[in-house]
Design a protein around this ligand. Structure first.
Ligand SMILES: NC(=O)c1ccc[n+]([C@@H]2O[C@H](COP(=O)([O-])OP(=O)(O)OC[C@H]3O[C@@H](n4cnc5c(N)ncnc54)[C@H](OP(=O)(O)O)[C@@H]3O)[C@@H](O)[C@H]2O)c1
Length: 275
């Protein structure tokens, strides 16, 4: 029998963006698997309600961190709030965009906020927790991205660019950390029914082929440790395969070898599954 999620990534997981949607679904799936949870988001009341549910239903321990992932001191807040816990799994979930507009028609501050949420946040938390996981020789990191990461395009250009950052960062972390026993991956979601999306676009409810947050989280957790990138949903995988027709594992190995060659560093080809 293969080791359970708790054996591989326990005793604690941190879900950044846990109060609703895909993050809440991750929290519920991880609690059902017996992991203790640090639940991070801005709405304290929602976090407290979820924490009470999960403790009651699964007998796990929880800690709520009320924080804004775009805050300039987010890393010190999170590090201080978790310094006594062994976090074996980081799920960096928060990161949806709200509304659609050309780059120049949006306030620059809104776009810089997305850069903070989708680039600085995942890099800072991965650097902190990934370092501790590498020392222990075990752990997992899941960065949530989007089909929008696979191309530039009008109306969500900055969102697409920041989601690309998460994809490329997760692939690099996969290659760098796997030899140390730490599993990093990018989970790409397509259209998924979440409170965030319904709030920013009520007509989203009738968008064809919406996935549930639970389906997305469960697919991600079942792929963790098998390869660098998973795309949730067969329909979304078909779209992604048209946009990214080559093996990601082969590409990450090839680019790692090229960088190692240029800079005279050691490198090894890694085995992994593609989406
Ligand atoms: N839903 C989709 O159709 C879809 C499609 C493709 C990709 N994705 C990706 O899936 C992930 C989750 O998406 P989602 O639709 O569930 O919506 P989301 O708005 O990215 O996530 C909602 C969760 O993140 C928290 N959050 C948002 N901004 C935060 C901030 N600045 N600081 C702390 N917490 C924050 C929210 O809690 P608080 O409001 O309480 O802070 C809530 O718990 C995102 O990375 C998104 O890009 C979603």
């Amino acid at each position: 029998m293969s080791p359970s999620l708790r054996e591989r990534y326990g005793p604690w997981a941190l879900v950044a963006g846990a109060s609703d949607g895909i993050g809440e679904a991750f929290a519920r799936a991880l609690a059902a698997a017996g992991l203790n949870l640090v639940l991070l988001a801005r709405r304290a009341q929602l976090l407290a309600g979820l924490a009470a549910d999960l403790e009651g239903e699964h007998g796990i321990s929880t800690r709520c961190l009320t924080a804004d992932l775009t805050a300039t001191d987010i890393l010190s807040q999170v590090a201080a709030g978790t310094s006594d816990l062994e976090i074996g799994l980081l799920v960096y979930n928060a990161g949806a965009t709200h509304g659609a507009a050309h780059v120049l028609d949006k306030p620059l501050g809104a776009s810089l906020g997305l850069v903070a949420l989708n680039c600085i946040g995942p890099l800072s938390l991965s650097h902190h927790f990934g370092g501790l996981m590498r020392e222990r020789g075990r752990g997992g990191i899941v960065l949530l991205s989007s089909l929008a990461s696979l191309s530039g395009g009008s109306y969500t250009a900055v969102y697409n660019a920041t989601k690309s950052f998460e994809l490329i960062l997760a692939e690099g972390l996969w290659h760098e950390l796997k030899p140390s026993g730490v599993d990093a991956m990018c989970l790409i979601a397509g259209a998924t029914r979440t409170p965030s999306m319904l709030q920013s676009m009520p007509s989203f409810a009738s968008y064809p082929g919406l996935m549930t947050a639970q389906q997305v989280a469960e697919e991600g957790l079942s792929f963790l440790g098998r390869g660098p990138v998973w795309v949730a949903g067969e329909h979304n995988r078909a779209i992604a395969r048209r946009l990214l027709p080559n093996s990601r594992v082969a590409q990450v190995n090839a680019l790692s070898a090229a960088s190692a060659g240029i800079f005279g560093k050691p490198v090894q080809d890694l085995a992994g599954e593609d989406f």
